[in-house]
Design a binder for this molecule. Sequence first.
Ligand SMILES: [Zn+2]
Length: 156
Amino acid sequence: MDSNKKFMRKAIALSLKNIENGGGPFAAVIVKEGKIIATGANRVTANTDPTAHAEVNAIRKAAKKLGTFDLSGCEIYTSCEPCPMCLGAVYWAHLDKMYYGNTKADAKNIGFDDSFIYDEIELKPENRRLQSVQLLPDEAIKAFESWVNTTDKIDY
Ligand SMILES: [Zn+2]
């Protein structure tokens, strides 16, 4: 438990430092077998990258370092409960466990409200705030058919 707190304190320290470095108040740490293998901080405005959230940045670094897209056996410590994009990334990365410091409600209180995305996910595409229109499904399906028929693919 003490090492868990140590890793979370590292994520929190990075979130504070990131503010000084012109980023948002979010950071994350990825740990494997008791060692930090990657860290990430929110660089959305600094990098003009809307996907440069702390967890996504940490996952990208960890995957690159380990040379795999599968981060099974790793745990993530994030200074705040993740947004839907980052939560999705945590699942896609197959991280074993997540620890978080601040909650979504805490983030909302300082102006980072992602609850509307969770609400949107519940809706059918045609009812979402984002106009979503299906187009050329007969042509798009060809890539899926090709994928199914490919024998030497890497499943993920
Ligand atoms: Zn996020």
